[in-house]
Design a binder for this molecule. Structure first.
Ligand code: UGA
Length: 375
């Protein structure tokens, strides 16, 4: 297959590109950066186009025309950004992605659209509290693609602009499907984690997800901060499990994924953020820490307003119902929480500095920081 992968050099995209090339597909990646794909640059099956898709007339239509399937991974997907620059988040995640969807529709190309588990928002337990029978029953937080109501917070909590933008895009794709049979498939990832998830905090001006905050504190010293006590729950999904499901969706055997939405996640890897911090610190202390390294960080609580600023509100809990992925893709996630964390943390302890420090990170971020890290 000829695959056009937009945003294909990010965390998910880089792992997917590797898999597609292994399976002898040809892949055109369009991305702003290429450093997560460094080891694949030069592969005969890969064309890398460094491009900001927000520019006018950059050649999207021709690339879509030349492809068999389009994968759209372009997104700002870190909550700190939703609070800091909500309009940019909306523009990229909705306006720009809509242009891609429109082009695919016009040229009748299949689109695999990455969305988010954030579209489910909050659980009924988060606002009904004691009025709900058994508020901790996982059934209240187990979300299925085609039946669950989507519950977002008020406008003043602008974190939800991301989930709203993604939800609206999903609704437009659904409407295209109704009107002219447009072939799309929507993927809702549930907290994928693995090598290359985000840059460490000290090495980027960006705002990473929780894993990188915690990993940075372990490697470089500092505190592991639990936002509002770290009581909220997430289901973490190892990237290899995720890629297995996504690859099957790209293959789309007998068209089973057409006009479908898939939750991709590991329902058995549920953990509170507080437990995540303790697990990571234990793994680091037992397997990775050596004399001379910074002391193990303390785990502290901070308010969400202090940490993110005003406008933040959180998903309290989200468990994927993966019945559809099991039935249509014959997919089952295999990685448990501890092996997921060990594999991801090992990468950041052993490979990350070598990989990025010596290569292109220095082109993108502060040169002095990288030099200090290596020496
Ligand atoms: C984010 C995106 O919004 C989702 O679209 C995406 O699907 C998801 O990441 C993902 O990785 O798949 P979220 O889980 O809220 O969702 O992202 P994180 O920034 O990793 O936050 C997880 C939890 O940790 C939140 O409760 C946050 O408040 C907390 N947190 C974050 C801390 O307690 N300490 C920190 O240092 C950072």
């Amino acid at each position: 297959m000829k695959v056009l992968s937009l945003g294909g050099a990010g965390f998910i995209g880089s792992h997917l590109t590797e898999r597609l090339l292994q399976k002898n597909h040809s892949v055109v990646v369009v991305d702003y950066y290429d450093d997560k794909l460094l080891e694949l640059l030069g592969h005969p099956g890969l064309t890398m186009l460094k491009q900001d898709i927000r520019e006018e007339n950059w050649g999207l239509e021709k690339l879509v025309e030349d492809s068999d399937v389009v994968i759209d991974l372009i997104a700002y997907a870190n909550p700190g950004l939703y609070v800091k620059m909500p309009l940019e988040v909306f523009d990229l995640n909705f306006t720009e992605n809509l242009k891609i969807a429109k082009t695919c529709r016009k040229l009748k190309k299949r689109l695999v659209q990455f969305s988010t588990c954030e579209v489910y928002g909050k659980t009924p337990a988060s606002f009904m509290n004691e009025n709900l029978m058994n508020p901790t029953d996982p059934a209240h937080a187990t979300f299925s693609e085609d039946n669950t109501n989507l519950i977002l917070g008020p406008i003043g909590k602008h974190r939800w602009i991301y989930a709203s933008a993604k939800q609206l895009l999903e609704r437009v794709l659904h409407a295209y499907g109704l009107e002219d049979g447009f072939k799309y498939c929507i993927i809702r990832p549930f907290n994928f984690i693995g090598p290359k998830i985000d840059y460490l905090l000290n090495e980027t001006d960006g705002i990473p997800r929780v894993f990188s905050y915690f990993m940075d504190a372990l490697i470089n010293g500092g505190q592991m901060k639990l936002v509002d006590g770290g009581h909220n729950l997430r289901c973490y999904t190892y990237i290899d499990d995720a890629i297995e499901a996504i690859y099957r969706i790209v293959q789309n055997p007998n068209g089973v994924c057409d006009q479908e939405i898939f939750n991709i996640g590991s329902p058995h890897n549920e953990t509170s953020i507080k437990n995540l911090a303790m697990l990571m610190r234990d793994i680091y202390a037992n397997d990775m820490w050596q004399e001379g390294m910074p002391d193990l960080p303390e785990i502290v609580a901070v308010s969400s307003e202090d940490f993110y600023g005003r406008g933040y509100e959180d998903s309290d809990r989200r468990i994927p119902d993966i019945t559809k992925a099991r039935n249509l893709l014959e997919w089952e996630p295999k990685w448990n929480m501890v092996s997921t964390l060990k594999a991801t943390m090992n990468y950041y302890v052993h490979d990350y500095r070598l990989h990025y420090g010596l290569n292109s990170l220095r082109d993108h971020f502060k040169h002095e920081t990288i030099v200090q890290k290596i020496s």
